[in-house]
Design a binder for this molecule. Sequence first.
Ligand code: TMP
Length: 200
Amino acid sequence: MSKFITLEGVDGAGKSTHIPTIANLLRAQGKEVLVTREPGGTPLGEKLRALLLHEAMHPETETMLMFAARREHLEQVIKPALARGVYVLSDRFTDATFAYQCGGRGVSADKVRQLETWVQDSFQPDLTLLFDVPIAVSTQRLAGARDPDRFERENGEFFERIRQAYLARATDFPQRFRIIDSGKTLKEITKKLEEIVLSI
Ligand code: TMP
């Protein structure tokens, strides 16, 4: 049986570093794995990503474009792969919208839930790995980034609200969330990921 696994965390939490590790652990178990990302994952989604990361816009416009990209992603990539028995690893999904647009930008969670139902019906990830780290650490990691995008340029308070919104999601959906302490060493994190992958 295929599984839809999502990876979440504030910018600079280090999740992207660990995606190849998770994919390789699954492949070592004989699973076929597709790695994808949001916003993006389709040709149109990647064009929307460029707009989302670089063009100023109203927070609700931002929210709707995230879901427009997601609609394409679900239809063209995620659902067909799952139907073929492939494990799908997505670097971000709808929890990011609740964290960034609701927590970070203050968009109404009710509106986002309506869009979620419209775009996904009851479809949800089977497993969500939340890479959690204090904002002082993630902003330090981001400080070295060249050419930061609209999100990466935001201040520590914005990211603190996002972090808290993610942690609240993890409390609300404990059956699918696993929190990874991203402040730990690479070795410790890899060990934790191995445990999680083995338990799937
Ligand atoms: P990335 O840097 O992890 O690839 O993500 C791009 C940015 O998009 C990141 O700063 C988080 C943001 N984002 C949202 O604000 N809402 C969303 O729904 C998604 C999927 C990403």
